[in-house]
Design a protein around this ligand. Structure first.
Ligand code: GLV
Ligand code: MN
Ligand code: MN
Length: 397
Protein backbone atom coordinates (compact mmCIF):
# COMPACT_ATOMS: atom_id res chain seq x y z
CA UNK A 1 0.00 0.00 0.00
CA UNK A 2 1.29 3.49 -0.79
CA UNK A 3 2.21 5.89 2.03
CA UNK A 4 -0.89 8.08 1.70
CA UNK A 5 -3.23 5.09 1.85
CA UNK A 6 -1.35 3.55 4.76
CA UNK A 7 -1.44 6.77 6.79
CA UNK A 8 -5.12 7.30 5.96
CA UNK A 9 -5.92 3.74 7.06
CA UNK A 10 -4.15 4.42 10.36
CA UNK A 11 -6.11 7.62 10.98
CA UNK A 12 -9.21 5.58 10.15
CA UNK A 13 -8.73 3.61 13.39
CA UNK A 14 -9.99 6.69 15.25
CA UNK A 15 -13.74 7.22 15.56
CA UNK A 16 -14.81 4.33 13.33
CA UNK A 17 -18.39 3.28 14.06
CA UNK A 18 -20.02 -0.13 13.77
CA UNK A 19 -21.94 0.77 10.60
CA UNK A 20 -18.74 1.82 8.81
CA UNK A 21 -19.18 5.58 9.36
CA UNK A 22 -16.95 7.85 11.42
CA UNK A 23 -17.41 10.43 14.11
CA UNK A 24 -14.57 12.51 15.50
CA UNK A 25 -16.34 15.44 17.11
CA UNK A 26 -14.98 18.63 18.66
CA UNK A 27 -12.47 18.01 21.49
CA UNK A 28 -13.67 14.37 21.61
CA UNK A 29 -11.53 11.38 22.65
CA UNK A 30 -11.91 10.03 19.09
CA UNK A 31 -10.60 13.28 17.66
CA UNK A 32 -7.58 13.22 19.95
CA UNK A 33 -6.97 9.57 19.06
CA UNK A 34 -6.54 10.76 15.45
CA UNK A 35 -4.24 13.55 16.65
CA UNK A 36 -2.11 10.98 18.53
CA UNK A 37 -1.85 8.83 15.38
CA UNK A 38 -0.84 11.81 13.23
CA UNK A 39 1.66 13.03 15.83
CA UNK A 40 3.33 9.60 15.93
CA UNK A 41 3.51 9.57 12.12
CA UNK A 42 5.03 13.05 12.06
CA UNK A 43 7.67 12.05 14.60
CA UNK A 44 8.44 8.84 12.68
CA UNK A 45 9.04 10.95 9.57
CA UNK A 46 11.40 13.17 11.59
CA UNK A 47 9.15 16.22 11.92
CA UNK A 48 9.14 18.45 14.96
CA UNK A 49 5.63 18.49 16.42
CA UNK A 50 3.50 20.74 18.59
CA UNK A 51 -0.16 21.05 19.58
CA UNK A 52 -2.23 24.07 20.54
CA UNK A 53 -5.24 24.86 22.71
CA UNK A 54 -7.44 25.04 19.59
CA UNK A 55 -6.84 21.30 19.19
CA UNK A 56 -4.56 21.48 16.14
CA UNK A 57 -1.56 19.22 15.54
CA UNK A 58 1.39 20.72 13.65
CA UNK A 59 4.52 19.11 12.21
CA UNK A 60 7.58 20.87 10.83
CA UNK A 61 10.23 19.54 8.44
CA UNK A 62 12.94 22.23 8.45
CA UNK A 63 14.34 23.48 5.14
CA UNK A 64 17.98 24.44 4.62
CA UNK A 65 17.51 28.09 3.63
CA UNK A 66 16.64 30.20 6.68
CA UNK A 67 15.51 33.01 4.35
CA UNK A 68 12.98 30.83 2.49
CA UNK A 69 9.40 31.01 3.77
CA UNK A 70 7.45 27.90 4.81
CA UNK A 71 5.18 25.94 2.51
CA UNK A 72 2.23 24.93 4.69
CA UNK A 73 0.00 21.93 3.91
CA UNK A 74 -3.12 21.15 5.92
CA UNK A 75 -6.61 19.83 6.30
CA UNK A 76 -8.83 18.66 9.17
CA UNK A 77 -9.02 15.56 11.35
CA UNK A 78 -12.56 16.02 12.73
CA UNK A 79 -15.57 14.56 10.92
CA UNK A 80 -19.32 15.15 10.74
CA UNK A 81 -21.43 12.60 12.68
CA UNK A 82 -21.59 9.46 10.52
CA UNK A 83 -19.09 10.88 8.04
CA UNK A 84 -16.58 9.04 5.90
CA UNK A 85 -12.88 8.21 6.03
CA UNK A 86 -11.73 10.77 3.48
CA UNK A 87 -13.20 14.20 4.22
CA UNK A 88 -10.38 16.06 5.88
CA UNK A 89 -8.13 13.15 6.88
CA UNK A 90 -7.04 12.63 3.25
CA UNK A 91 -5.44 16.08 3.07
CA UNK A 92 -3.47 15.48 6.27
CA UNK A 93 -2.37 12.02 5.07
CA UNK A 94 -1.32 13.50 1.71
CA UNK A 95 0.79 16.17 3.43
CA UNK A 96 2.49 13.55 5.59
CA UNK A 97 3.07 11.29 2.58
CA UNK A 98 4.85 14.18 0.82
CA UNK A 99 7.06 14.80 3.89
CA UNK A 100 7.79 11.07 4.18
CA UNK A 101 8.77 10.80 0.52
CA UNK A 102 11.11 13.78 0.80
CA UNK A 103 12.83 12.12 3.77
CA UNK A 104 13.04 8.74 2.05
CA UNK A 105 14.50 10.28 -1.10
CA UNK A 106 16.99 12.24 1.02
CA UNK A 107 15.73 15.55 -0.42
CA UNK A 108 16.11 18.56 1.84
CA UNK A 109 14.02 21.47 0.58
CA UNK A 110 15.09 25.09 0.77
CA UNK A 111 11.69 25.85 2.24
CA UNK A 112 10.50 24.50 5.53
CA UNK A 113 7.53 22.19 5.01
CA UNK A 114 4.78 22.35 7.62
CA UNK A 115 1.77 20.06 7.95
CA UNK A 116 -1.34 20.83 10.01
CA UNK A 117 -4.09 18.51 11.18
CA UNK A 118 -6.81 21.04 11.98
CA UNK A 119 -9.57 20.73 14.55
CA UNK A 120 -13.28 21.58 14.27
CA UNK A 121 -13.53 22.27 10.53
CA UNK A 122 -17.02 20.77 10.35
CA UNK A 123 -20.10 22.56 11.68
CA UNK A 124 -19.87 22.56 15.50
CA UNK A 125 -20.75 24.75 18.51
CA UNK A 126 -17.51 26.74 18.07
CA UNK A 127 -18.30 27.53 14.42
CA UNK A 128 -16.69 25.50 11.61
CA UNK A 129 -13.03 25.87 10.50
CA UNK A 130 -12.33 26.50 14.18
CA UNK A 131 -8.68 25.35 14.34
CA UNK A 132 -7.62 27.03 11.11
CA UNK A 133 -9.45 30.26 12.06
CA UNK A 134 -7.62 30.17 15.41
CA UNK A 135 -4.14 30.12 13.84
CA UNK A 136 -5.16 32.64 11.16
CA UNK A 137 -6.45 35.09 13.79
CA UNK A 138 -9.99 34.77 12.40
CA UNK A 139 -11.72 33.84 15.66
CA UNK A 140 -13.75 36.83 16.84
CA UNK A 141 -13.85 36.99 20.65
CA UNK A 142 -17.40 38.34 20.56
CA UNK A 143 -18.70 35.46 18.37
CA UNK A 144 -22.14 34.67 19.90
CA UNK A 145 -22.00 31.62 22.17
CA UNK A 146 -18.24 31.09 21.75
CA UNK A 147 -17.21 31.62 25.39
CA UNK A 148 -19.96 29.30 26.67
CA UNK A 149 -19.18 26.62 24.06
CA UNK A 150 -15.46 26.76 24.87
CA UNK A 151 -16.15 26.59 28.61
CA UNK A 152 -18.14 23.41 28.03
CA UNK A 153 -14.98 21.92 26.49
CA UNK A 154 -12.78 23.20 29.35
CA UNK A 155 -11.22 26.04 27.33
CA UNK A 156 -11.48 29.82 27.23
CA UNK A 157 -11.41 32.52 24.58
CA UNK A 158 -8.02 33.96 25.64
CA UNK A 159 -6.26 30.61 25.02
CA UNK A 160 -7.77 30.42 21.53
CA UNK A 161 -6.81 33.99 20.61
CA UNK A 162 -3.26 33.10 21.70
CA UNK A 163 -3.17 30.33 19.06
CA UNK A 164 -2.86 32.99 16.34
CA UNK A 165 0.47 32.55 14.55
CA UNK A 166 2.66 34.84 12.52
CA UNK A 167 2.21 34.29 8.78
CA UNK A 168 4.97 36.65 7.63
CA UNK A 169 7.24 33.60 7.26
CA UNK A 170 4.68 31.58 5.26
CA UNK A 171 4.95 31.38 1.45
CA UNK A 172 1.61 29.67 0.81
CA UNK A 173 -0.97 27.15 2.01
CA UNK A 174 -1.84 23.99 0.05
CA UNK A 175 -4.70 21.58 0.72
CA UNK A 176 -5.58 18.29 -0.93
CA UNK A 177 -9.20 17.22 -0.44
CA UNK A 178 -11.85 14.96 -1.89
CA UNK A 179 -14.15 16.83 -4.26
CA UNK A 180 -17.38 15.95 -2.39
CA UNK A 181 -19.30 16.43 -5.64
CA UNK A 182 -19.48 14.43 -8.89
CA UNK A 183 -18.02 16.78 -11.48
CA UNK A 184 -14.66 14.99 -11.81
CA UNK A 185 -16.31 11.57 -11.97
CA UNK A 186 -18.85 12.76 -14.58
CA UNK A 187 -16.06 14.11 -16.76
CA UNK A 188 -13.69 11.18 -16.20
CA UNK A 189 -11.02 13.47 -14.72
CA UNK A 190 -8.70 12.70 -11.84
CA UNK A 191 -7.71 16.12 -10.47
CA UNK A 192 -9.58 19.36 -9.81
CA UNK A 193 -7.52 22.53 -9.61
CA UNK A 194 -9.63 24.68 -7.31
CA UNK A 195 -10.24 28.27 -8.38
CA UNK A 196 -12.13 29.40 -5.28
CA UNK A 197 -14.27 28.37 -2.34
CA UNK A 198 -17.89 29.46 -2.07
CA UNK A 199 -19.17 31.50 0.87
CA UNK A 200 -20.89 29.81 3.80
CA UNK A 201 -23.66 32.06 5.14
CA UNK A 202 -26.01 30.94 7.89
CA UNK A 203 -29.04 32.62 9.45
CA UNK A 204 -30.94 31.64 12.57
CA UNK A 205 -34.60 31.86 11.52
CA UNK A 206 -37.27 31.72 14.21
CA UNK A 207 -41.01 31.50 13.58
CA UNK A 208 -43.08 32.77 16.51
CA UNK A 209 -46.72 31.66 16.52
CA UNK A 210 -49.05 30.66 19.36
CA UNK A 211 -48.99 27.31 21.17
CA UNK A 212 -52.49 25.99 21.62
CA UNK A 213 -54.57 22.86 21.99
CA UNK A 214 -54.27 20.58 18.92
CA UNK A 215 -57.83 19.29 19.25
CA UNK A 216 -59.88 22.37 20.01
CA UNK A 217 -58.21 25.02 17.87
CA UNK A 218 -59.89 25.19 14.47
CA UNK A 219 -57.61 25.45 11.45
CA UNK A 220 -58.76 28.98 10.63
CA UNK A 221 -57.73 30.18 14.10
CA UNK A 222 -54.23 28.76 14.26
CA UNK A 223 -50.90 30.55 14.47
CA UNK A 224 -48.87 27.41 13.84
CA UNK A 225 -45.13 28.20 13.80
CA UNK A 226 -44.29 24.86 12.16
CA UNK A 227 -46.62 25.41 9.20
CA UNK A 228 -45.37 28.98 8.79
CA UNK A 229 -41.78 27.73 8.81
CA UNK A 230 -42.61 24.98 6.31
CA UNK A 231 -44.12 27.60 3.94
CA UNK A 232 -41.04 29.78 4.24
CA UNK A 233 -38.64 26.89 3.62
CA UNK A 234 -40.52 25.68 0.53
CA UNK A 235 -40.70 29.24 -0.87
CA UNK A 236 -36.99 29.88 -0.18
CA UNK A 237 -36.07 26.64 -1.96
CA UNK A 238 -38.03 27.79 -5.03
CA UNK A 239 -36.49 31.28 -4.97
CA UNK A 240 -33.00 29.81 -4.73
CA UNK A 241 -33.56 27.78 -7.90
CA UNK A 242 -34.74 30.90 -9.74
CA UNK A 243 -31.76 33.08 -8.77
CA UNK A 244 -28.83 30.97 -10.01
CA UNK A 245 -28.00 27.37 -10.94
CA UNK A 246 -25.01 27.31 -8.59
CA UNK A 247 -26.68 28.99 -5.61
CA UNK A 248 -27.50 26.40 -2.91
CA UNK A 249 -29.88 26.60 0.05
CA UNK A 250 -30.19 24.14 2.93
CA UNK A 251 -32.19 23.92 6.14
CA UNK A 252 -30.23 21.35 8.14
CA UNK A 253 -31.51 21.93 11.67
CA UNK A 254 -34.94 22.42 13.24
CA UNK A 255 -36.08 22.81 16.85
CA UNK A 256 -39.77 22.89 17.71
CA UNK A 257 -41.33 24.14 20.94
CA UNK A 258 -43.00 22.93 22.98
CA UNK A 259 -42.43 19.74 20.95
CA UNK A 260 -45.48 17.80 22.05
CA UNK A 261 -47.76 15.68 19.83
CA UNK A 262 -50.94 17.40 20.98
CA UNK A 263 -49.74 21.00 21.05
CA UNK A 264 -49.65 23.38 18.07
CA UNK A 265 -46.01 24.52 17.80
CA UNK A 266 -45.56 28.05 19.14
CA UNK A 267 -41.89 28.48 18.25
CA UNK A 268 -39.77 26.86 15.54
CA UNK A 269 -36.12 27.65 15.00
CA UNK A 270 -34.11 26.60 11.93
CA UNK A 271 -30.73 27.28 10.39
CA UNK A 272 -30.93 28.62 6.83
CA UNK A 273 -27.63 28.09 5.01
CA UNK A 274 -26.74 29.46 1.58
CA UNK A 275 -23.54 29.29 -0.49
CA UNK A 276 -22.27 30.90 -3.69
CA UNK A 277 -19.09 32.48 -5.07
CA UNK A 278 -20.84 35.85 -5.48
CA UNK A 279 -22.15 37.82 -2.51
CA UNK A 280 -24.89 39.48 -4.58
CA UNK A 281 -26.54 36.07 -5.13
CA UNK A 282 -26.75 35.20 -1.42
CA UNK A 283 -27.82 38.79 -0.63
CA UNK A 284 -30.57 38.44 -3.21
CA UNK A 285 -31.81 35.18 -1.65
CA UNK A 286 -31.89 36.45 1.93
CA UNK A 287 -33.65 39.60 0.70
CA UNK A 288 -36.39 37.48 -0.90
CA UNK A 289 -36.63 35.29 2.21
CA UNK A 290 -37.21 38.38 4.38
CA UNK A 291 -39.95 39.63 2.00
CA UNK A 292 -41.69 36.24 1.92
CA UNK A 293 -41.45 35.89 5.73
CA UNK A 294 -43.09 39.30 6.15
CA UNK A 295 -46.01 38.12 4.03
CA UNK A 296 -46.71 34.92 5.99
CA UNK A 297 -49.42 36.15 8.32
CA UNK A 298 -49.62 33.22 10.73
CA UNK A 299 -46.29 33.75 12.51
CA UNK A 300 -43.74 36.49 13.14
CA UNK A 301 -40.23 35.79 11.94
CA UNK A 302 -36.88 36.77 13.43
CA UNK A 303 -33.96 36.40 11.03
CA UNK A 304 -30.42 36.94 12.38
CA UNK A 305 -27.08 36.27 10.78
CA UNK A 306 -25.09 33.52 12.50
CA UNK A 307 -22.11 32.81 10.24
CA UNK A 308 -20.79 34.88 7.34
CA UNK A 309 -17.71 33.35 5.73
CA UNK A 310 -17.21 35.14 2.45
CA UNK A 311 -16.05 33.26 -0.64
CA UNK A 312 -12.30 33.26 -1.34
CA UNK A 313 -10.24 32.88 -4.51
CA UNK A 314 -7.29 30.56 -4.93
CA UNK A 315 -3.99 32.11 -5.94
CA UNK A 316 -3.59 32.14 -9.73
CA UNK A 317 0.13 31.30 -9.60
CA UNK A 318 -0.51 28.30 -7.32
CA UNK A 319 -3.30 27.17 -9.67
CA UNK A 320 -0.85 27.33 -12.56
CA UNK A 321 1.80 25.31 -10.63
CA UNK A 322 -0.78 22.69 -9.61
CA UNK A 323 -2.06 22.41 -13.21
CA UNK A 324 1.50 22.11 -14.52
CA UNK A 325 2.30 19.43 -11.92
CA UNK A 326 -0.78 17.42 -12.95
CA UNK A 327 0.08 17.74 -16.67
CA UNK A 328 3.67 16.63 -16.08
CA UNK A 329 2.41 13.59 -14.16
CA UNK A 330 0.07 12.80 -17.10
CA UNK A 331 -3.02 13.28 -14.93
CA UNK A 332 -6.11 14.78 -16.58
CA UNK A 333 -7.48 17.76 -14.69
CA UNK A 334 -9.79 20.76 -14.80
CA UNK A 335 -10.29 24.04 -13.00
CA UNK A 336 -13.32 24.13 -10.72
CA UNK A 337 -14.84 25.99 -7.78
CA UNK A 338 -15.41 24.29 -4.43
CA UNK A 339 -18.96 24.14 -3.14
CA UNK A 340 -17.75 22.82 0.22
CA UNK A 341 -16.03 24.90 2.88
CA UNK A 342 -12.40 24.18 3.73
CA UNK A 343 -9.62 25.21 6.10
CA UNK A 344 -8.13 26.96 3.07
CA UNK A 345 -10.86 29.61 3.50
CA UNK A 346 -9.46 31.19 6.70
CA UNK A 347 -5.93 30.61 5.38
CA UNK A 348 -6.76 32.75 2.32
CA UNK A 349 -6.96 35.77 4.64
CA UNK A 350 -3.31 35.40 5.63
CA UNK A 351 -1.46 33.69 2.74
CA UNK A 352 -1.97 32.61 -0.91
CA UNK A 353 -3.91 29.32 -1.12
CA UNK A 354 -3.98 26.43 -3.58
CA UNK A 355 -6.26 23.37 -3.48
CA UNK A 356 -6.15 19.98 -5.19
CA UNK A 357 -9.33 17.90 -5.52
CA UNK A 358 -9.58 14.16 -6.16
CA UNK A 359 -12.85 12.47 -7.27
CA UNK A 360 -15.60 11.35 -4.90
CA UNK A 361 -17.48 8.25 -6.08
CA UNK A 362 -21.09 9.15 -6.86
CA UNK A 363 -20.39 12.64 -5.51
CA UNK A 364 -21.12 11.27 -2.01
CA UNK A 365 -19.66 12.92 1.09
CA UNK A 366 -20.61 13.64 4.73
CA UNK A 367 -21.88 10.04 4.82
CA UNK A 368 -20.35 6.64 5.37
CA UNK A 369 -20.56 5.82 1.63
CA UNK A 370 -17.90 8.46 0.86
CA UNK A 371 -15.18 6.74 -1.23
CA UNK A 372 -12.19 7.53 -3.42
CA UNK A 373 -9.96 4.84 -4.97
CA UNK A 374 -6.42 4.30 -3.71
CA UNK A 375 -5.07 5.22 -7.16
CA UNK A 376 -6.95 8.53 -7.13
CA UNK A 377 -5.68 9.34 -3.64
CA UNK A 378 -2.15 8.61 -4.89
CA UNK A 379 -2.64 10.85 -7.95
CA UNK A 380 -3.62 13.76 -5.73
CA UNK A 381 -0.59 13.15 -3.53
CA UNK A 382 1.69 12.97 -6.58
CA UNK A 383 0.38 16.36 -7.76
CA UNK A 384 0.87 17.79 -4.26
CA UNK A 385 4.45 16.45 -4.14
CA UNK A 386 5.34 17.89 -7.54
CA UNK A 387 3.72 21.21 -6.61
CA UNK A 388 5.88 21.42 -3.48
CA UNK A 389 9.02 20.66 -5.50
CA UNK A 390 8.16 23.30 -8.11
CA UNK A 391 7.51 25.90 -5.43
CA UNK A 392 10.81 25.02 -3.79
CA UNK A 393 12.66 25.65 -7.07
CA UNK A 394 11.21 29.14 -7.46
CA UNK A 395 13.43 32.20 -7.18
CA UNK A 396 14.06 33.34 -3.65
CA UNK A 397 11.25 35.40 -2.10
C1 GLV B 1 -17.68 21.42 5.37
O1 GLV B 1 -17.49 20.30 5.00
C2 GLV B 1 -18.71 22.20 4.77
O2 GLV B 1 -18.60 22.51 3.56
O3 GLV B 1 -19.71 22.49 5.45
MN1 MN C 1 -13.44 18.74 4.65
MN1 MN D 1 -16.83 18.17 5.58
Amino acid sequence: MSAVNEILAQIGAAGRQEDGGYFRGCYSPEYFQAVDIVERQMQKIGMETDRDAAGNIHGVLPGNDPKAKSVVIGSHLDTVPGGGLYDGAYGVAAGLAVAKRLREEGKILRHTLEVYGFHGEESNPLGGTFGSRAIAGQVKPDQPGLAEALAAYGHNVREILDCRRDFSGVKCYLEAHIEQGDLLEQEGLKIGVVSGIVSVIRYRVTALGQSNHAGTTMMKNRRDAMVAMARLIAAADEECRKIDDTLVFTVGTIACQPGSENVIPGRVECTFEMRHMKKEKTDCLIGRIREIAAGIGTADFEITNKIDKGSVSCDSHLMEVISRSASEAGICHRIMASGAGHDANPMAHVTPIGMIFVPSRGGLSHCKEEWTSQEELESGTEVLYRTVLHLDEEAKE
